[in-house]
Design a protein around this ligand. Structure first.
Ligand code: ADP
Ligand code: MG
Length: 248
């Protein structure tokens, strides 16, 4: 697993229907750093994550992940594939293939994006299922799993890629409250491996515990950033103060 490379983003811009959603994002993330993004809804958090692997196409900016630098305005297919090879994405709604079993969901990108031989993909998927505590669910379809188990498959799928950057977009916000804990526990395990991770979450206690740095986004910009202590105990920007006052 590669975990020795950093991330650099410069002037990342995205407009939807004439409305600027990312307004020139500059962000550096050190190798192994754990960064959490907080902020009100509609502020561009998901779009930022999605632009990093071209689930959304940025309008302009530079994205560097490890040894690959992509000029967003002129990205070629090989650039996009390169970013996708270097990132694992965990979605709010799990985004599992309903017609594939847990192990097949984990194997899919290993075969199609990483081009591993099937036997190797099976071995890696089995190891990840064991790590996520789902060894006995390998052949279960998503519909037969709880939301927490489905999301653990989603995280396992991203872990299996051994990607340089793990992106989590509100991974627990679709879950019933009693299922949140098992997913946060697995994310703690991912974080302990010191993979570089960027997490959008509204779980403030978790953010405080896990983050090396917290970014507060508002209106397509990073308007404040700091350590958890700085953000939670000494917020500066009035928009951050208002946001924190609304969340327990
Ligand atoms: P957040 O994750 O912070 O809640 P998003 O990144 O999802 O915010 O969305 C930011 C803004 O961009 C919102 O106003 C949203 O409606 C808009 N937006 C996001 N995706 C699309 C899309 N595919 N088409 C049009 N507008 C979009
Ligand atoms: Mg979002």
């Amino acid at each position: 697993m590669t975990s020795t490379t950093g991330i650099s983003i410069r002037g990342l811009t995205k407009t939807f229907g004439g409305k600027p959603v990312l307004d020139g994002i500059d962000l550096d993330i050190a190798a192994g750093e754990r960064v959490v993004i907080i902020g009100p809804s509609g502020t561009g958090k998901s779009t930022l994550l999605r632009c990093l692997n071209y689930l959304d196409r940025p309008d302009a900016g530079l994205i560097s992940i490890g040894d690959l630098t992509v000029d967003a305005a002129h990205a070629r297919n090989s650039d996009i594939l390169g970013l996708r090879r270097r990132t694992g994405f965990v979605f709010q709604n799990y985004a599992l293939f309903a017609n594939k079993t847990a192990i097949e969901n984990i194997m899919e990108a290993l075969i199609t994006v990483q081009r591993l031989p099937k036997s190797e993909a099976v071995a890696r998927a089995k190891a990840v299922l064991a790590e996520t505590g789902l060894a006995d669910k390998a052949d279960s379809y998503p519909a037969a799993l709880s939301g927490g188990q489905q999301q653990r498959v989603g995280i396992g799928r991203a872990m299996a890629l051994g990607a340089e950057l793990m992106l989590f977009d509100e991974p627990t916000s679709a879950l019933d409250p009693e299922l949140v804990g098992e997913v946060l526990d697995l994310m703690r395990r991912v974080a302990e491996q010191r993979q570089t991770i960027l997490i959008v979450t509204h779980e403030m206690q978790f953010a405080r515990e896990i983050a090396d740095r917290i970014l507060f986004m508002h209106g397509g910009k990073i308007v404040e950033q700091g350590t958890p202590a700085q953000i939670f105990e000494a917020p500066q920007d009035v928009r951050l103060r208002r946001f924190l006052a609304r969340i327990d």
